[in-house]
Design a protein around this ligand. Sequence first.
Ligand code: MG
Length: 451
Amino acid sequence: MAQRLFGTNGVRGIVNEDMNVQLAMDLGRAIGTFMGGRVAIGNDPRTSADMIKSAVSCGLMAAGAEVIDIGMVPTPVVQFHVKENGLSGGVMITASHNPPEFNGIKCVDADGTEMPRQKEEEIERIYFQRSFRSRDWAGVGTLRRATGAVGPYLRSVMSLVDADAIRSAGLNAVLDCANGAGSVTAPRLLDDLDVRAVTLNSNPQGTFPGHPSEPVEAHLQDLISLVKASGADLGIAHDGDADRTIFVDDRGRYLYGDRSLAIVAEHMVRENGGGIVVTPVSSSMAVEDAVKRAGGEVVYTRVGAPVVARKMIETGAVFGGEENGGLIFPRHQYCRDGAMTVAKLLEIIATEGPLSELVDRIPQYCQDKRKMTCPDERKETVLSGLVEYYRGERVDTTDGVKIWFEGGWTLVRPSGTEPLFRIYTEARTENEAEKRSCDCQAVLESLLEEP
Ligand code: MG
C-alpha cells in the first residue's frame, strides 16, 4: 500500500514535532507540482500559522506556483476565493477543532471543493518519490498578499438569503467564534444583517484562551449562560476555522448538530418544492423524517464532508451536511460553510418563528453507542455474515452495515485504526436503543465465534 500523509481532514500534527517546517515545505513543493498556476493560501489564527504558511508558500513557489496569500480567514473563504477567481487550487493552514499545539495543511480543488482522495494520493506520490517540479531562476513563483477576500464571500452569502426579512426581524444573538478565524467574518455578517450581537471569544487568538475550539456543549457554557441571561433569540458558535456552526436556542438549549441539520434540510426542501438531501449513513433519523415531511428524499453516503459534497454534485441535491454542524449549500459552494449556515438559520427564524419552536417540531430519538473487539482480519467476514443474517430487511452497506427497523436503525462500522467495531443505534426510546444494540452485538459475537 502507498504511504499516506493526508487524513480525513488534510495533514495534521503537533507543531515542530511531526508538523515541522521541512514537511510543510516539501508538501508545498508537491502541491505546487500538482496544482501549478495560481494558488490561494489562507490560515486560521494558530500561533504557528505564519511559520507553516511561509514554509508551504516557499515550496509552492519553488515549483513555480504564483501564491496569493489571502490572510487569516475561515476555510470556506479560501474555497470561495479559489472558485470565484478561477485559481488552480488553494491551501488552508488549519487544524480546525484540534488543540492549539496542532496545525494542519489542507488542499482545495480548483472548483473550491475539498480535494478528493485520488488527487491527494497523487500529491502523496510526488511527496514520497520527491518528484517535485523544480523551476529555474526565471521560472520560480511569486507571492502576493491580497486583502479583501472576506467582502465578496459575505456579499455572496447575503445574496442567497432574504436579508430584508432578517433585518426587519430585530433579532438578538450571542456569538462565540472560539477565538478562531470566524472572528473576521461572523461579527461583520451579523452587523450587515442588522442582528444585535453580543460577542464572546470573537477576537482571533492562536492559543484559544476562551475554550478549546471544538464546539461541544462542555466548551460552550459561557455562550449558553449568556443566551439565557440576555434573552437572546439564539447563540451561534463556530469551530476554529469556521466551516462548522453549532446553535443554542432561545431557551438556552445546546442543539446537537442533527437538530440544525434537520431544521435547515426541511426548509431547503420546502423552498425548492422537493429535492434530494445528502447526509452520511450515521445521521439521525430526525433528518430523514424532516426531509420526508417536506416532500424530499435522503441519499446516504459514507462518513466525511468531501464524500457528501461529491454526492450532492452527482445527484443535483438541494442541500447536504453532517451532524457536526458542517452544512453545505449548493447554490453557494460545495463545501461546509459557516457563514452561509448562520445566514440561513437567521432567515428561517425571521420567517418561521422562534428557534425553540422549530427545534420542538423535530422528532427526538434516543441513541446507544458501544464498541466491540474484533481482530482486523476477521472484520470483513463478520460484516458479510451480518448482511447475510439480516437478508430481507432494509440494509445499507454504504459505510459499514446499517440495519433499519421500525422507528430506528443500528449501524456497525469497523474502526479504521483499532481492532474493534463501533455499534450505534437510534430508536424511539432508550430501552429500545439499548436492546437493539445488544441484539446486534450478540449476532456479531456469534459470527465471530464461527471458524
Ligand atoms: Mg473546521
